[in-house]
Design a protein around this ligand. Structure first.
Ligand code: GTP
Length: 597
């Protein structure tokens, strides 16, 4: 155990985590040139395109320090707030963390919240100033920021360039010298923490774990504590670039486990693995069932593809336990599913995966958070409203509560004004303002989650010219004044366009939704009135004017070009349009409420 080091990397997106991890692997010769891909730790296609580590993985390397071999387990952490619970479990599996800070950008909100998580878990922090090669780097200033933030000595901060390969050996040495070896009792009953799981279509779920006490052996009868289920450990091993099966993984070490489980739901991140015949008395602390934060309907564009969509959703759920869905139906869109997501990014990922992996064309309806509604009849037990149509009629309604979050924003002092205005517009209440350095400020707000889901992040970037970073965590439900705003097209309510809004914003947003829909809905042979209404009361109106005859004639031309067009359309895949009544509604219309600026 004394020669094992378990660590993770805490960094803001783009500060160089993947590049640095790559360098550490190179230096320790953990990867042959042939195996070497451009970015080693991010191997899901979507991840690479988005530049975000969606799923954490782990990789082992061996480093020879002054003639002695040390086993390093680098546990990767996702960099996006949607996946913060996974980050917290990865951190709980480590004794140390590399804190990577971009020498030009300095510290960002996400980094700070993950750093706090690491400090709460008593991790040894090794600060690394990356990208010192950049002309725009401010190494001295950023070093000051780091020293202020974690209270280390200036000389503790390692100057590095992952790109140029500067400081790599120093980082590796620091991992040996500063990160404590794991503690634990190798003779106690097995106690291992699940920090991640990955779906493999051939082998089932691969569970990634860190052993705290005891050991896990091939063929052992094991038990997952939270789900209270037993399995046989068909295969255990360590994670290199490929998996290395082993007979046993001992206390202090990190590995993978294959049990033949096919469904991601049976393996919960944060759960404890123990021996079924000799279970531990103390599960690893901190287990939580992750709950979806954002809900939206997903419908097939072609109504007859409902069953196909169900099959696709079921398959997605096998490898993504945080996705939840229930069948629902909409008068406008027919049969589909109400789905729960960890956040907006998660929603986009699911939509993309449905299209890429399952060749489904889907319509996603206006996302919303989940509210608690109390009726006059039952003022104590809430109705959970995760679909606007579930909100009881105002006459039966006692009160509604909505989820609030604590938001942390770090920006430059010159942008404090605009950032505050934005947060106040979004119904935020400032709770704290701290100068981290002379011109970097951390602002804390209590805000409704719903306001974050809608366009907040883009607006924040705009008002701060990109110099703001943002992070949040839930702080519970608070009373709120909500109304359901309906949208009528051609006089018919389109339920899939309804939104739950705070009464103070409802009129303004209703008006802007109508304006936006007017831009988005294609013109047709007749006028299409667009109206927003609260109950029977119309609060806004716009009209999509009919096409003039000659324009249509040009569009559709002769028979042959029309056929060709049709063929092209089929080749390109179905367009994301949905016929509702006699009006064609494009996908963007369902997201209009989110992008009003
Ligand atoms: P995510 O995977 O999106 O979280 O980003 P990351 O933190 O893993 O960053 P990544 O390693 O992908 O680096 C982001 C960008 O910074 C890439 O274009 C890298 O080439 C560049 N980069 C990383 N390290 C350095 C460095 O030391 N110097 C310079 N100049 N660029 C660097």
């Amino acid at each position: 155990m004394k020669n094992i080091r378990n660590f993770c990397i805490i960094a803001h997106i783009d500060h160089g985590k993947s590049t640095l991890a790559d360098r550490l692997l190179d230096f320790t010769k953990s990867v042959t040139e042939r195996e070497r891909k451009e970015q080693l730790l991010d191997n899901m296609d979507l991840e690479r395109e988005r530049g975000i580590t969606i799923k954490s993985h782990a990789i082992q390397m061996v480093y020879n320090y002054k003639g002695e071999d040390f086993v390093f387990n680098l546990i990767d952490t996702p960099g996006h707030v949607d996946f913060s619970y996974e980050v917290s479990r990865s951190i709980a599996a480590c004794e140390g963390a590399l804190l990577i800070v971009d020498a030009a950008q300095s510290i960002q909100a996400q980094t700070i919240s993950n750093l706090y998580l690491a400090l709460e878990n008593d991790l040894e922090i090794i600060p690394v100033l990356n990208k010192v090669d950049l002309l725009s780097a401010n190494p001295d200033e950023v070093t000051d920021d780091i020293v202020d933030l974690i209270g280390c000595k200036r000389e503790d901060v390692i100057r590095a360039s992952a790109k140029e390969g500067i400081g790599i050996e120093e980082i590796l040495n620091a991992i040996v010298e500063r990160v404590p070896a794991p503690k634990g009792d190798p003779d106690a009953p097995l106690r291992a923490l699940v920090f991640d799981s990955v779906y493999n279509p051939f082998r089932g779920i691969e569970t990634y774990f860190r052993v705290f006490d005891g050991s896990i052996k091939k063929g052992q009868n094991i038990k997952f504590v939270a789900t209270d289920k037993n399995y046989s450990a068909d295969e255990v091993g360590t994670l290199k670039l490929v998996q290395f099966p082993k007979k046993e993984i001992q206390a202090g070490d990190v590995g993978y486990l294959i049990t033949g489980i096919k469904n991601a739901k049976e393996v919960k991140v944060g759960d404890t693995i123990t021996d079924a015949n000799n279970p531990t008395k103390t599960a690893v602390a901190g287990f939580e069932d992750v709950k979806p934060m954002v809900f939206a309907g997903i419908y097939p564009v072609e109504t007859d593809e409902y069953e196909e969509l169900r099959t696709a959703m079921e398959k997605l759920q096998l490898n993504d336990a945080s996705l939840v869905f229930l069948p629902e139906s909409s008068a406008a869109l027919g049969f589909g599913f109400r789905c729960g997501f960890l956040g907006m990014l998660h929603l986009e990922i699911i939509q993309e995966r449905l299209e890429r992996e399952f060749d489904m064309t889907v319509i996603t309806t206006v996302p919303n958070v989940s509210y608690n509604a109390y009726t006059l009849k039952d003022k104590d037990k809430p109705i959970i409203v995760s679909n606007p149509s579930d909100l009881p009629e105002p006459t039966y309604l006692d009160r509604v509560e909505e989820p609030f979050i604590k938001a942390s924003i770090i920006t430059k002092s010159e942008f404090v004004g605009p950032v505050m205005s934005l947060c106040i517009e979004k119904r935020g209440q400032i709770t704290d303002q701290t100068y981290l350095t002379q011109d970097r400020v951390e602002l804390s707000f209590d805000m409704p989650l719903a306001e974050i889901v809608f366009d907040f992040y883009d607006r924040l970037k705009t008002v701060s010219k990109g110099y703001a970073s943002f992070d949040y965590s839930p702080i519970g439900m608070r009373k709120s004044k909500l109304v359901k705003v309906d949208v009528l097209l051609n006089g018919n309510t389109v339920d899939a366009l309804s939104a739950l809004l705070h009464v103070d914003n409802a009129y303004d947003i209703g008006k802007r939704i109508c304006e936006k829909l007017k831009e988005l809905i294609p013109r047709q042979q007749f006028d299409i009135p667009i109206q927003a209404a609260i109950g029977a009361k119309i609060i806004a109106r716009e009209t999509v004017k009919a096409l003039r005859k000659d324009v249509t004639a040009k569009c559709y031309g002769g028979d042959i070009s029309r056929k060709r067009k049709l063929l092209e359309k089929q080749k390109k895949g179905k367009k994301r349009m949905r016929q509702v009544g006699n009006v064609e509604i494009p996908q963007e219309a369902f997201m209009a409420v989110l992008k009003l600026n």
